[in-house]
Design a protein around this ligand. Sequence first.
Ligand code: 0WD
Length: 258
Amino acid sequence: MSALLDGKSALVTGVANKWSIAYAIAAAFQREGAKVYLTYQGERQQRTVEDIAADLGVAGILQCDVASDAAIDEMVARLPFERLDALVHSIAFANREDLSNPFSQTSREGFATAHDISAYSLVALSRALGPKMTAGGSITTLSYLGAVRVIPNYNVMGVAKAALEACVRYLASDLGASGIRVNAISAGPIKTASARGIKDFSKVLDGVAAVSPLKRTTDPAEVADSAVFLASDLGRGVTGNILYVDAGFQVMGLQKPE
Ligand code: 0WD
Protein backbone atom coordinates (compact mmCIF):
# COMPACT_ATOMS: atom_id res chain seq x y z
CA MET A 1 0.00 0.00 0.00
CA SER A 2 1.38 3.43 -0.86
CA ALA A 3 1.93 5.86 1.99
CA LEU A 4 -0.39 8.86 2.26
CA LEU A 5 2.33 11.52 2.15
CA ASP A 6 4.70 9.92 -0.36
CA GLY A 7 6.59 12.59 -2.29
CA LYS A 8 5.48 15.41 0.03
CA SER A 9 7.72 17.73 2.03
CA ALA A 10 6.62 19.03 5.42
CA LEU A 11 7.77 21.53 8.02
CA VAL A 12 6.64 20.72 11.55
CA THR A 13 7.00 23.41 14.22
CA GLY A 14 6.54 23.10 17.98
CA VAL A 15 8.40 19.91 18.83
CA ALA A 16 9.76 20.63 22.31
CA ASN A 17 10.03 17.02 23.55
CA LYS A 18 8.60 13.52 23.03
CA TRP A 19 5.31 14.51 24.66
CA SER A 20 4.68 17.39 22.25
CA ILE A 21 1.70 16.94 19.92
CA ALA A 22 4.07 18.01 17.12
CA TYR A 23 6.28 15.02 17.93
CA ALA A 24 3.40 12.63 17.26
CA ILE A 25 2.60 14.52 14.06
CA ALA A 26 6.22 14.41 12.84
CA ALA A 27 6.34 10.66 13.56
CA ALA A 28 3.09 10.07 11.64
CA PHE A 29 4.28 12.20 8.70
CA GLN A 30 7.52 10.16 8.57
CA ARG A 31 5.53 6.92 8.71
CA GLU A 32 3.46 8.12 5.73
CA GLY A 33 6.53 8.85 3.63
CA ALA A 34 6.86 12.64 3.95
CA LYS A 35 10.24 14.33 3.98
CA VAL A 36 10.14 16.26 7.26
CA TYR A 37 12.01 19.22 8.70
CA LEU A 38 11.46 20.26 12.33
CA THR A 39 11.87 23.71 13.83
CA TYR A 40 12.73 24.43 17.44
CA GLN A 41 12.40 27.66 19.37
CA GLY A 42 15.91 28.21 20.73
CA GLU A 43 19.03 26.80 22.33
CA ARG A 44 17.04 25.45 25.30
CA GLN A 45 15.27 22.97 23.00
CA GLN A 46 18.10 22.33 20.52
CA ARG A 47 19.72 19.27 22.14
CA THR A 48 16.40 17.50 22.72
CA VAL A 49 15.18 18.24 19.20
CA GLU A 50 18.50 17.01 17.72
CA ASP A 51 18.00 13.69 19.56
CA ILE A 52 14.36 13.49 18.44
CA ALA A 53 15.34 14.24 14.83
CA ALA A 54 17.90 11.42 14.91
CA ASP A 55 15.35 9.00 16.45
CA LEU A 56 12.68 9.83 13.89
CA GLY A 57 15.12 10.02 11.00
CA VAL A 58 13.78 13.38 9.78
CA ALA A 59 15.60 15.29 7.04
CA GLY A 60 16.80 18.08 9.34
CA ILE A 61 16.09 20.71 11.98
CA LEU A 62 16.17 24.51 11.94
CA GLN A 63 15.93 27.11 14.69
CA CYS A 64 12.98 29.48 14.52
CA ASP A 65 11.64 31.69 17.28
CA VAL A 66 8.30 32.79 15.84
CA ALA A 67 8.37 36.00 17.90
CA SER A 68 10.83 37.38 15.32
CA ASP A 69 10.14 38.06 11.63
CA ALA A 70 13.91 38.05 11.00
CA ALA A 71 14.21 34.57 12.57
CA ILE A 72 11.33 33.32 10.40
CA ASP A 73 12.93 34.74 7.25
CA GLU A 74 16.29 33.19 8.16
CA MET A 75 14.66 29.79 8.75
CA VAL A 76 12.85 29.96 5.40
CA ALA A 77 16.10 30.92 3.63
CA ARG A 78 17.81 27.86 5.16
CA LEU A 79 15.01 25.40 4.47
CA PRO A 80 16.48 23.26 1.68
CA PHE A 81 13.12 22.14 0.20
CA GLU A 82 12.58 23.63 -3.22
CA ARG A 83 8.86 23.04 -2.80
CA LEU A 84 6.97 22.81 0.50
CA ASP A 85 3.71 20.84 0.63
CA ALA A 86 2.72 20.97 4.30
CA LEU A 87 3.21 23.21 7.31
CA VAL A 88 2.20 22.23 10.83
CA HIS A 89 1.92 25.09 13.33
CA SER A 90 1.91 23.64 16.84
CA ILE A 91 2.98 26.62 18.93
CA ALA A 92 1.39 28.53 21.77
CA PHE A 93 2.52 30.60 24.73
CA ALA A 94 0.97 32.65 27.52
CA ASN A 95 2.50 33.99 30.72
CA ARG A 96 1.95 31.55 33.56
CA GLU A 97 0.18 34.13 35.78
CA ASP A 98 -2.36 34.71 33.01
CA LEU A 99 -3.31 31.02 33.23
CA SER A 100 -4.04 31.20 36.95
CA ASN A 101 -5.22 34.73 37.79
CA PRO A 102 -8.83 35.68 37.01
CA PHE A 103 -9.19 36.52 33.29
CA SER A 104 -10.14 40.12 34.05
CA GLN A 105 -6.65 40.58 35.54
CA THR A 106 -4.90 39.85 32.21
CA SER A 107 -2.31 42.56 31.55
CA ARG A 108 -2.01 44.41 28.23
CA GLU A 109 1.44 42.90 27.79
CA GLY A 110 0.28 39.36 28.63
CA PHE A 111 -2.64 39.67 26.22
CA ALA A 112 -0.33 40.88 23.42
CA THR A 113 2.25 38.14 24.05
CA ALA A 114 -0.32 35.34 23.99
CA HIS A 115 -1.80 36.62 20.74
CA ASP A 116 1.58 37.28 19.12
CA ILE A 117 3.03 33.81 19.76
CA SER A 118 -0.17 31.75 19.60
CA ALA A 119 -2.11 33.39 16.76
CA TYR A 120 -0.09 35.95 14.78
CA SER A 121 2.74 33.43 14.29
CA LEU A 122 0.41 31.40 12.04
CA VAL A 123 -0.03 34.44 9.80
CA ALA A 124 3.71 35.20 9.81
CA LEU A 125 4.68 31.60 8.95
CA SER A 126 1.99 31.34 6.27
CA ARG A 127 3.17 34.56 4.66
CA ALA A 128 6.82 33.49 4.70
CA LEU A 129 6.25 29.89 3.56
CA GLY A 130 3.31 30.35 1.17
CA PRO A 131 5.64 31.23 -1.75
CA LYS A 132 7.38 27.84 -1.27
CA MET A 133 4.05 26.02 -1.71
CA THR A 134 4.31 26.20 -5.47
CA ALA A 135 2.11 23.14 -6.07
CA GLY A 136 -0.48 24.22 -3.51
CA GLY A 137 -0.24 22.95 0.03
CA SER A 138 -1.72 22.38 3.44
CA ILE A 139 -1.30 24.48 6.58
CA THR A 140 -2.56 22.95 9.83
CA THR A 141 -2.59 24.55 13.26
CA LEU A 142 -3.60 23.26 16.69
CA SER A 143 -6.48 24.79 18.62
CA TYR A 144 -8.54 23.97 21.69
CA LEU A 145 -12.19 24.16 22.78
CA GLY A 146 -11.29 27.16 24.97
CA ALA A 147 -11.56 29.20 21.73
CA VAL A 148 -15.33 28.86 21.71
CA ARG A 149 -16.31 27.95 25.30
CA VAL A 150 -15.12 29.16 28.68
CA ILE A 151 -12.67 26.65 30.16
CA PRO A 152 -11.52 27.46 33.72
CA ASN A 153 -7.88 28.67 33.85
CA TYR A 154 -7.48 28.70 30.04
CA ASN A 155 -8.20 32.44 30.10
CA VAL A 156 -6.17 34.56 27.67
CA MET A 157 -5.14 31.42 25.79
CA GLY A 158 -8.80 30.82 24.94
CA VAL A 159 -9.05 34.33 23.51
CA ALA A 160 -5.82 33.76 21.54
CA LYS A 161 -7.21 30.46 20.21
CA ALA A 162 -10.37 32.30 19.09
CA ALA A 163 -8.10 34.68 17.16
CA LEU A 164 -6.17 31.69 15.79
CA GLU A 165 -9.36 30.06 14.51
CA ALA A 166 -10.41 33.34 12.86
CA CYS A 167 -6.93 33.53 11.27
CA VAL A 168 -7.53 30.04 9.85
CA ARG A 169 -10.68 31.25 8.10
CA TYR A 170 -9.13 34.45 6.72
CA LEU A 171 -5.95 32.67 5.60
CA ALA A 172 -8.02 29.94 3.93
CA SER A 173 -9.88 32.60 1.99
CA ASP A 174 -6.68 34.47 1.09
CA LEU A 175 -4.57 31.51 0.06
CA GLY A 176 -7.21 29.26 -1.48
CA ALA A 177 -6.64 30.69 -4.95
CA SER A 178 -3.05 29.41 -4.72
CA GLY A 179 -4.30 25.93 -3.86
CA ILE A 180 -3.21 26.31 -0.23
CA ARG A 181 -5.62 24.88 2.35
CA VAL A 182 -5.63 26.14 5.94
CA ASN A 183 -7.26 24.21 8.78
CA ALA A 184 -7.09 23.74 12.55
CA ILE A 185 -7.36 20.60 14.60
CA SER A 186 -9.09 21.32 17.89
CA ALA A 187 -7.53 18.62 20.06
CA GLY A 188 -8.86 17.32 23.33
CA PRO A 189 -6.63 17.94 26.36
CA ILE A 190 -3.35 16.00 26.33
CA LYS A 191 -0.70 15.95 29.06
CA THR A 192 2.24 17.89 27.56
CA ALA A 193 4.70 20.46 28.93
CA SER A 194 2.43 23.36 27.87
CA ALA A 195 -0.65 21.72 29.38
CA ARG A 196 1.10 21.36 32.73
CA GLY A 197 1.17 25.18 32.88
CA ILE A 198 -2.62 25.16 33.20
CA LYS A 199 -3.83 25.04 36.79
CA ASP A 200 -5.71 21.83 37.74
CA PHE A 201 -5.03 20.26 34.34
CA SER A 202 -5.31 16.67 35.64
CA LYS A 203 -8.86 17.45 36.83
CA VAL A 204 -9.65 18.55 33.27
CA LEU A 205 -8.41 15.18 31.97
CA ASP A 206 -10.55 13.28 34.50
CA GLY A 207 -13.59 15.38 33.59
CA VAL A 208 -13.14 14.75 29.86
CA ALA A 209 -12.74 11.00 30.36
CA ALA A 210 -15.97 10.91 32.39
CA VAL A 211 -18.08 13.06 30.06
CA SER A 212 -16.88 12.52 26.48
CA PRO A 213 -18.91 10.20 24.22
CA LEU A 214 -15.89 7.88 23.83
CA LYS A 215 -15.39 7.90 27.65
CA ARG A 216 -11.69 8.61 27.41
CA THR A 217 -9.18 11.35 26.73
CA THR A 218 -7.42 12.11 23.45
CA ASP A 219 -4.33 10.26 22.29
CA PRO A 220 -1.71 12.40 20.47
CA ALA A 221 -1.51 9.67 17.80
CA GLU A 222 -5.18 10.33 16.93
CA VAL A 223 -4.44 14.02 16.46
CA ALA A 224 -1.42 13.10 14.35
CA ASP A 225 -3.46 10.82 12.07
CA SER A 226 -5.96 13.63 11.47
CA ALA A 227 -3.04 15.92 10.63
CA VAL A 228 -1.90 13.31 8.08
CA PHE A 229 -5.37 13.33 6.54
CA LEU A 230 -5.41 17.14 6.25
CA ALA A 231 -1.90 17.24 4.73
CA SER A 232 -2.65 14.41 2.30
CA ASP A 233 -4.59 14.46 -0.94
CA LEU A 234 -7.49 12.85 0.96
CA GLY A 235 -8.06 16.27 2.54
CA ARG A 236 -8.04 18.13 -0.78
CA GLY A 237 -11.58 19.50 -0.39
CA VAL A 238 -11.17 20.68 3.19
CA THR A 239 -10.14 24.25 4.05
CA GLY A 240 -11.04 26.90 6.61
CA ASN A 241 -12.21 24.09 8.89
CA ILE A 242 -11.86 23.40 12.61
CA LEU A 243 -11.69 19.61 12.99
CA TYR A 244 -12.40 18.37 16.53
CA VAL A 245 -10.27 15.40 17.57
CA ASP A 246 -11.40 15.22 21.17
CA ALA A 247 -13.22 11.91 21.80
CA GLY A 248 -16.39 13.88 21.00
CA PHE A 249 -16.26 16.05 24.14
CA GLN A 250 -17.42 19.25 22.39
CA VAL A 251 -20.88 17.88 21.56
CA MET A 252 -21.84 17.35 25.18
CA GLY A 253 -24.08 19.84 27.00
CA LEU A 254 -24.93 18.19 30.29
CA GLN A 255 -23.49 14.97 31.58
CA LYS A 256 -26.00 12.06 31.57
CA PRO A 257 -27.54 11.72 35.03
CA GLU A 258 -26.36 8.48 36.73
O1 0WD B 1 -3.90 19.64 25.81
C1 0WD B 1 -3.06 20.02 25.01
N1 0WD B 1 -1.78 19.77 25.18
C2 0WD B 1 -3.53 20.78 23.80
C3 0WD B 1 -2.64 21.53 23.08
C4 0WD B 1 -4.95 20.68 23.44
C5 0WD B 1 -5.30 21.43 22.27
C6 0WD B 1 -4.39 22.19 21.59
N2 0WD B 1 -3.08 22.24 22.00
C7 0WD B 1 -2.15 23.07 21.24
C8 0WD B 1 -1.33 24.04 22.04
O2 0WD B 1 -2.07 25.18 22.41
C9 0WD B 1 -0.26 24.38 21.01
O3 0WD B 1 -0.76 25.29 20.05
O4 0WD B 1 -1.21 22.27 20.58
C10 0WD B 1 -0.03 23.02 20.33
C11 0WD B 1 1.15 22.24 20.84
O5 0WD B 1 1.09 22.15 22.23
P1 0WD B 1 1.69 20.95 23.10
O6 0WD B 1 2.22 19.90 22.23
O7 0WD B 1 0.68 20.64 24.13
O8 0WD B 1 2.84 21.67 23.93
P2 0WD B 1 4.44 21.68 23.91
O9 0WD B 1 5.00 20.32 23.80
O10 0WD B 1 4.85 22.48 25.12
O11 0WD B 1 4.76 22.49 22.59
C12 0WD B 1 4.48 23.84 22.44
C13 0WD B 1 5.77 24.50 22.00
C14 0WD B 1 6.71 25.06 23.05
O12 0WD B 1 7.08 24.24 23.99
P3 0WD B 1 7.61 24.81 25.46
O13 0WD B 1 7.17 23.72 26.34
O14 0WD B 1 9.07 24.96 25.26
O15 0WD B 1 6.90 26.13 25.75
O16 0WD B 1 5.56 25.70 21.33
C15 0WD B 1 6.85 26.18 21.09
C16 0WD B 1 7.76 25.61 22.12
O17 0WD B 1 8.62 24.66 21.55
N3 0WD B 1 6.96 27.62 21.20
C17 0WD B 1 7.62 28.32 20.28
N4 0WD B 1 8.24 27.96 19.13
C18 0WD B 1 8.85 28.92 18.43
N5 0WD B 1 8.86 30.21 18.81
C19 0WD B 1 7.58 29.65 20.75
C20 0WD B 1 8.25 30.62 19.96
N6 0WD B 1 8.29 31.91 20.31
N7 0WD B 1 6.89 29.70 21.93
C21 0WD B 1 6.51 28.44 22.19
